[in-house]
Design a binder for this molecule. Structure first.
Ligand code: FAD
Length: 503
């Protein structure tokens, strides 16, 4: 790659520059926060209307969020995001906690089969935030849009780039439609944070730019989510050794404690089991949820009642992909002055809960690069690309590897070749067991899941490798004590669902 920086006057300082951000989701807000902190004037363009709600909790019931349909699915916010807020934006973290977000210490609820877990320096970083996605977004939105150099243009849809021709073209603004009128907004730089539906490849093609490299793979699952609220006087149940999340191949579940006495349950079904589509029915959802011992205690009607949109009591979402789009190739940036962040660039299986943390990390990478290189947008693009390859892509690759393995298991394919067989054995009988009983491997896993270390960093540490290997070699009989509680009988559960009256 040609890494030559372009000559002055590009390297003017960035403060005072005018940035347009496409999309007021988590990444757009993270970008507005990070750029406005560095002295840029930021205008965020969002096609969805503003939330007309007075409290974060109301946002869950009333905020129309067509542009980010996932907001009413379970979310958890990883340690990487919580620590970034703690270290850079403590007032924002305080506002989230005041709105009901909970700091959940992961090492407080290890698997019951864990032995010898004692506190270590760094454990204070292993804290996730638990709240509804609407709560998180509503609070961050209020906080960011209150900044003096951030403006929101609501009801504005971006339809293309304004560019000056060249190789590569230079982005000079955005074409937008608002109330049926089209106009051009000029900008010194543009951030695309428009999420999974990003049109950046099309916009670049219209500007005559080279196409981005793209890799897409299905995650292989469908998400089914239902929200609940604890009844007056009821308490959250203890897990008592039942994991808060587990993967039984035909069904995966996770319990998400949230704000304002709410929680949600997500059941994720492999595409290899099309009969699981029945989970979109609330009565079938309850049958399966009640058959999973850990979940049953939460959804017990004596403890909690379902909440949410009565027309869609169970939110279902398919089309969940892993996708990488790179806006820098071997010749450099595809367009000068355009930075594509968050889901628009890297989209991963939501099961791993990385998207929002990744959006914040990506936005910080951009802001730090702008601070370093000023208006030399070629150098900025190369810097952000290098940072994303270092800090984000390892997690994208981990998602792909985990999803391929889950699909292989769901389809009952045996691994091909000696290397794949040994790797599978090591992960299933070594790492997979050790995370339930060995504190060293468990802590490494939790650090990786929270994006505090890349999978390579966490699992290439010799003592982690050796402990996982030792667990594998001590044999299945000894390891049986660390196994997950057994799953419910799939055929019986499905038969109960099939016996439900037709709708
Ligand atoms: C089912 C599901 C569950 C998930 N669970 C988790 C989780 O537990 N934890 C986690 O961290 N992440 C999770 N994610 C991922 C997370 O939701 C995304 O990574 C995150 O929302 C990405 O933020 P974003 O700002 O990049 O995109 P989005 O949140 O999708 O926001 C994009 C915004 O751009 C706007 N927009 C789009 N096009 C235009 C346009 N042309 N003009 C103007 N505005 C436009 C949209 O209206 C939207 O507001 C989950 C995702 C899914 C699908």
């Amino acid at each position: 790659m040609d890494t030559r920086a372009s000559a002055a006057p590009a390297a003017l300082p960035i403060a005072g520059a005018n940035a347009l951000v496409v999309g007021c989701g988590i990444t757009g807000l993270a970008a507005a926060l990070a750029l406005s902190e560095r002295g840029l004037r930021v205008t965020v363009l969002e096609r969805d209307a503003e939330p007309a709600t007075a409290t974060a909790s109301d946002a869950f019931d009333h905020w129309k969020r067509k542009g980010a349909a996932q907001v009413r699915h379970s979310h958890v916010f990883l340690g990487r995001l919580r620590n970034l807020l703690r270290d850079r934006h403590p007032e924002l973290l305080r506002a989230l906690i005041d709105a009901g977000a909970r700091e959940l210490r992961m090492l407080d609820t290890p698997p019951q089969t864990m032995r010898g877990l004692v506190a270590e320096p760094g454990d204070d970083d292993l804290v996730i935030l638990g709240c509804r996605r609407t709560t998180l977004e509503w609070v961050i939105r209020r906080y960011v849009l209150a900044r003096p150099n951030v403006t929101l243009l609501g009801g504005a849809t971006v339809v293309g780039l304004a560019t000056e021709p060249g190789d590569p073209p230079r982005v000079t603004g955005l074409r937008i439609t608002q109330q049926d009128a089209e106009r051009v907004l000029p900008a010194d730089l543009v951030v695309d944070a428009s999420g999974r539906q990003s049109q950046a490849p099309k916009w670049l093609a219209e500007a005559g730019a080279r196409p981005p490299e793209e890799k897409t793979e299905p995650s292989g699952i469908v998400y089914y989510t239902r929200f609940y609220r604890l009844l007056p006087g009821a308490e959250e149940p203890k897990l008592d050794g039942h994991p808060g999340a587990a993967d039984y191949n035909w069904i995966k579940y996770a319990i998400f404690p949230a704000d304002d006495r709410t929680f949600s349950i997500t059941l994720a079904a492999s595409l290899a089991f099309p009969e699981m589509k029945v989970l979109a029915r609330p009565d079938a959802f309850e049958i399966v949820a009640s058959a999973l011992p850990a979940v049953a205690r939460w959804v017990d009607p004596a403890r909690a009642e379902p909440i949410g949109d009565p027309a869609h009591p169970v939110q279902a979402m398919g089309g969940l992909i892993n996708r990488l789009r790179r806006y820098v190739d071997e010749r450099g940036p595809l367009a000068l002055g355009l930075f594509v962040l968050g889901d628009a660039a890297y989209c991963t299986n939501p099961l791993y809960g990385r998207g929002c943390a990744q959006g914040f990390v990506h936005a910080e990478l951009l802001a730090a690069a702008l601070e370093r290189h000023g208006r030399d947008y070629r150098a900025v693009a190369l810097d952000v690309d290098a940072g994303a390859r270092r800090d984000i892509e390892p997690f994208y690759r981990a998602s792909l590897a985990a999803d391929r393995e889950a699909q292989r298991k769901a389809e009952r394919r045996v691994p091909r070749g000696l290397r794949a067989t040994l790797a599978t054995r090591f992960f299933e009988d070594g790492v997979g067991v050790a995370v339930r009983c060995d504190p060293v491997v468990y802590r490494a896993f939790v650090r990786m899941m929270n994006m505090l270390e890349t999978p390579e960093q966490a699992f290439s540490e010799p003592r982690v490798l050796l402990r996982a290997l030792w667990v594998m070699l001590r044999g299945k009989r000894r390891n049986a004590a660390c196994a997950l509680p057994p799953p419910p009988d799939r055929d019986a559960v499905l038969a109960a669902c099939a016996a439900l009256p037709a709708r």
